[in-house]
Design a protein around this ligand. Sequence first.
Ligand code: HEC
Ligand code: HEC
Length: 146
Amino acid sequence: MFKNVKTKKVLSIFLLAITAMIFSSVAFSVESLRGDSALDSDANKPKKHKVATVSGGIERNYKLQPPMIPHKIDKYRISIKNNGCMKCHSEKAYKKEKATRVGESHYIARDGTKLDHLSSRRYFCTQCHVSQTGDSPLVENTYEGI
Ligand code: HEC
Ligand code: HEC
């Protein structure tokens, strides 16, 4: 088709360049949880999710599920000296604060003995209890509570 070898060469380089451009644009259109920003640039700021306040609490899916937190928790700190959650959820405070008292199980040590203080196994509340934002799930979930 092409008599001139030089033209052939130029054309094939051109085609290669176009292919490379198409491939790179495909690579950039892939979106991860980080968004579609390039690896060497800052990620887009994630949109803020409003924490849901659900009066009366959130229904459990099974009997021994740690109940989900039906309120905001960003102001409560859990440190070695102080557990902000216990200001309302402790035996002493729960009635006055109209909060739920922490479960009996939270006072039981690893060897089964009943303690007069919160068990260290249950100290870091947010290890098991989390607040919710009411967003729709990222993937379909067909789990049914028992
Ligand atoms: C200012 C008081 C207060 C503080 C501090 C507080 N809560 Fe609450 N919490 C409440 C009240 C009141 C409810 C009950 C809400 C309702 O049922 O309408 C509640 C409900 C809950 C529930 C649901 C209980 C159930 O049986 O459904 C969980 C779990 C919970 N809180 C965990 C936490 C955790 C973890 C922290 C600390 C990060 C915390 N709370 C800090 C007042 C508080
Ligand atoms: C290791 C996991 C774990 C940790 C840590 C934990 N919980 Fe729980 N929590 C549970 C589970 C499981 C239940 C439900 C069964 C039960 O009552 O033991 C529960 C129940 C509760 C309930 C409801 C009790 C009731 O009678 O309805 C409240 C309120 C609660 N937790 C608050 C807290 C607070 C506040 C902290 C931190 C001081 C905390 N939990 C730490 C697992 C945990």
